[in-house]
Design a protein around this ligand. Structure first.
Ligand code: ZN
Length: 457
């Protein structure tokens, strides 16, 4: 029983839903006391005084876990803060996010780790702080990884950029192996990507916009797989976007190399044709790719080759984003839309934006349970915060387990209004879209932080 829980008195009852977690699917109510689940079963008796959350027609699942969120604090509070980012996360069904370390100062030592944790202490989700691989994200010498691992950092990344120097990455993987931590790479060969603003393909030619070839990603994926093989260090590939990368991942996994891979929802739902109007809201790195890549990513999610769906939530203020395409910042919001966008792409098989309606949309048979695996218990394990790793995320929802829960209405539709999103920024590519799948309630450490789609604080 987690600390602070009171097994005597159920205070919260989630009623009438279908529990879906790694153990399977069953009709069940869930009773929560303090920070813990105390009972899961059908037709439970609800003590008087308990707060009731209606889950009729809904899926009750372990809270989602995002491996990849830019919460921007400290240093870029005009874009996002830990408070607003965590609120957006809770409204998206997340009870934990991994905060990327490309802040100012960057998270490259134990002091900054402590600072971010202090800022996040009252956040409405767990904020797992990632540390930099190199000092100042400069790519020249290693950050004090041991010092950060000592205070509990489990994921290291220079995200925003890949570690370009192969020998430095080799040494980082050697350290990572010794420390038992994971290196999360933004796979991009900077020399191949330099000057590009979108995917290099027929659309970039037609629009006359300099492109970023898929090879810029694939080259680093191939190199890092070779280095993971050489060192035995654990590697996680951030926002994989190219079909070629997936082939490399499949071969590496078949060989038994310790690696995992994530895909971002926008790479599943949008194609490079979205850039046809030069709208900078669709500028993201890695770029939206051609339908061939989108289809391959969808198939890799359905087949289990991909281990997680992660948002790459990247808020930017208008002065950085509402600019001509070549001057606009890379990145888009993701936390509040990830679940319904992924449902649309993977469970409903909607064609990717920018592809012809009769284009093959890929597999549309993915169950919500399998999708939740990619959004919750899969990423919880990669982040090292799953239950059997001593953490409190990813479920399963059982008596005695931590009460980190989301309640989803899979049939409900809603229209994305950028002004209504909790993020401090509004750079969502889905403005005006009607999405199916709505987050109804989120319970974080026993506290209902979202009720009927409304943030409670
Ligand atoms: Zn990145």
């Amino acid at each position: 029983m987690p600390e602070g829980s009171n097994a005597g008195e159920p205070l919260l009852a989630i009623l009438g839903g279908t529990v879906v977690d790694a153990l399977g699917e069953r009709r069940a109510d869930v009773l929560v006391a303090g920070t813990a689940i105390v009972e899961v079963g059908e037709g439970l008796e609800v003590p008087t005084g308990a707060r009731r959350l209606d889950a009729e027609g809904c899926v009750v699942a372990p809270g989602l876990v995002d491996l990849h969120a830019h919460l921007r604090e400290p240093g870029f509070e005009e874009s996002e803060t830990l408070e607003t980012g965590a609120r957006a996360a809770a409204l998206g069904g997340y009870t934990a996010v991994v905060a990327m370390p490309n802040t100012d100062p960057p998270v490259d030592g134990a002091a900054v780790v402590h600072h971010v944790r202090t800022l996040a202490a009252k956040a409405t989700c767990r904020v797992e702080v990632a540390g930099c691989i190199t000092a100042g994200r400069g790519g020249e010498r290693l950050a004090p990884m041991a010092e950060m691992a000592e205070v509990g950092v489990r994921i290291f990344t220079d995200d925003g950029a890949g570690v370009q120097d192969g020998d430095l990455m080799r040494r980082a993987l050697e350290y990572a192996r010794g420390l038992g931590v994971t290196l999360a790479q933004h796979c991009e060969d900077a020399s191949l990507a330099a000057g590009g603003h979108m995917h290099e393909g027929s659309w970039s030619s037609r629009l006359g916009v300099p492109g970023i070839p898929a090879a810029a990603e694939e080259a680093m994926v191939a190199r890092d797989i070779a280095l993971a093989r050489l060192t035995g260090g654990r590697l996680h590939l951030l926002h994989v976007s190219s079909a070629g990368s997936l082939g490399l991942v499949a071969a590496a996994k078949a060989e038994g190399i310790a690696l995992s891979a994530e895909v971002a929802p926008h790479h599943l739902a949008l194609s490079d044709a979205a850039l046809a109007g030069f709208d900078p809201v669709f500028k993201v790195n890695p770029p939206l790719r051609s339908p061939r890549h989108v289809l391959a990513l969808r198939e890799a999610c359905a087949s289990g080759l991909v281990d997680a769906i992660a948002t790459d939530h990247a808020p930017h203020p208008p002065e950085a984003k509402d600019l001509p395409l070549e001057h606009a910042a890379f990145g888009m919001l993701g936390l509040q839309t990830a679940l319904p966008v992924a449902i649309g792409a993977l469970c409903r098989g909607l064609p990717a934006f920018g592809t012809a309606p009769d284009d093959h949309a890929g597999p549309s048979h993915m169950s919500l349970a399998n999708l939740l695996g990619l959004l919750s218990w899969g990423p919880a394990r990669i982040a090292g915060i799953a239950l059997d790793q001593g953490g409190d995320q990813g479920g399963p929802l059982v008596a005695g387990g931590p009460a980190n829960i989301c309640v989803i209405d899979p049939g409900a539709t809603w229209t994305v209004d950028p002004a209504q999103l909790a993020s401090r920024s509004s750079n969502t590519p889905y403005a005006g879209w009607e999405l199916q799948g709505a987050l109804r309630h989120t319970v974080f450490r026993g506290e209902p932080v979202v009720v009927d789609g409304q943030a409670q604080r």
